[in-house]
Design a protein around this ligand. Structure first.
Ligand code: ADP
Ligand code: MG
Length: 360
């Protein structure tokens, strides 16, 4: 009874527990936290040193006694302790800013999780939220959260497809009547592209670069599709307009630092195989979808979201390969967390989309 009364003062929390980024939404405030999903811990006793942005600063610079990990890398919970620590940290951080009211008003928490996590992992996430002080904790699958965040009315009997290209996973799902009809979680997304760039530069140019530099190159000059205009230019051997970037690394042979100028074409070539796998995943899901839903998707298009949706030309390539229109999210990094927020504000919606298996 008191719990119910004080719940009006509680700051309910929505969390997008992404493989690359964690975002937190708070009722009445909107998105209050956007940090990388990274944790630094002591190797031996797993004592927490830093979380999020602080931990990212330490990446690659920690002494042997510390480890910096991405607990959700690959879309599975690779490290339970680190994942729980992350959830507790953010729930408590928001809770503490709620002043003395936080003594009574414990928050309701909704967490978006990759659809590939197992039941055991789901339970761990759920328990972490409760032990961090949540009054109630609910999980929703990321593709569903993303669709809701994009403003799709998920209960319509009209099929829609959502493709969320994140860091560790690409979630592809067809949603109809408030449920996921077919889905796939590929372990190929932004991280895989970064790795491919590292591999390419080492092989082609004998240059060793780190993950951060590779990601930087991908964001600056990466593309999935060579548009018609530049194709024509290439034929005329005119590549003057091609985007380029300078990257610094270590020479394989000499071990000394060296800079290299890299072109857009090279990066496109480097990440091509990751991009193709994503498109194949989309085609597979289209094939597995019931024909009625496929025709809905054909009519309304595919919604492309997640950080990878910002990769230049990815939408065009999907259109070219599938002949289905693609709608790119306006703010692809925010779809899931916005979805968790909308779900928190609508009890009926929450009840219909929450994950139930084994959580009680
Ligand atoms: P997750 O949901 O798995 O945490 P996000 O949706 O936050 O992932 O997306 C992070 C991924 O998006 C990273 O791999 C990042 O490099 C990539 N990304 C961000 N911006 C761009 C961009 N402009 N071009 C290509 N990739 C991008
Ligand atoms: Mg995500």
């Amino acid at each position: 009874m008191f719990d119910k009364f004080f719940s009006i003062f509680s700051h309910d929390i929505g969390i997008d527990l992404g493989t690359a980024n964690t975002l937190v939404w708070v009722r009445g405030k909107g998105i209050v936290i956007r940090e990388p999903s990274i944790v630094t811990m002591h190797k031996k006793d797993k004592k927490l040193i830093a979380i999020g942005t602080e931990a990212k600063k330490m990446l690659g610079k920690t002494p042997a006694s510390l480890v910096t990990i991405r607990p959700l890398r690959g879309g599975v919970i690779a490290d339970f302790d680190a994942t729980s620590a992350m959830i507790s940290h953010y729930v408590q951080k928001v809770h503490d800013t709620n002043g003395f009211m936080s003594l009574w008003a414990r928050p309701k928490v909704v967490i978006g999780i990759p659809s590939s996590v197992t039941e055991v992992e789901r339970r761990a996430v759920w328990e972490a939220a409760l032990s961090a002080g949540a009054r109630e904790a609910y999980l929703i699958e990321e593709p569903m959260a993303a669709a809701i965040g994009e403003g799709v009315s998920v209960f319509q009997p009209t099929g829609m497809m959502i493709v969320d290209v994140g860091g560790g996973t690409t979630e592809i799902a067809v949603i109809s009547l408030g449920g996921i009809v077919v889905s796939k979680s590929l372990k190929v997304a932004g991280d895989e592209m970064d790795k491919a760039i590292i591999h390419y530069l080492r092989l082609r140019h004998g240059l060793i670069i780190g993950e951060a530099s590779a990601e930087d190159l991908k964001i600056k000059i990466g593309s999935a599709y060579q548009n018609q205009k530049s194709k024509l230019k290439d034929q005329k051997q005119d590549t003057a307009k091609e985007r380029m970037a300078i990257v610094r690394g270590r020479d394989v042979e000499t071990g000394l630092p060296r800079s290299l100028r890299v072109t857009e074409t090279e990066i496109r070539e480097a990440i091509a195989s990751s991009v193709v796998q994503i498109i194949e995943g989309v085609s597979d899901i289209l094939e597995e979808s019931p024909p009625e839903l496929t025709s809905d998707i054909l009519e309304h298009g595919i919604i492309l979201t997640g950080g990878g949706a910002e990769l230049s030309g990815l939408d065009q390539l999907i259109v070219e390969r599938t002949h289905i229109p693609v709608i790119v999210s306006d703010s692809p990094l925010l779809s899931v967390v916005r979805g968790t927020g909308k779900v928190l504000e609508d009890k009926e919606l929450l009840n219909r989309v929450k994950v139930t298996g084994g959580l009680s």
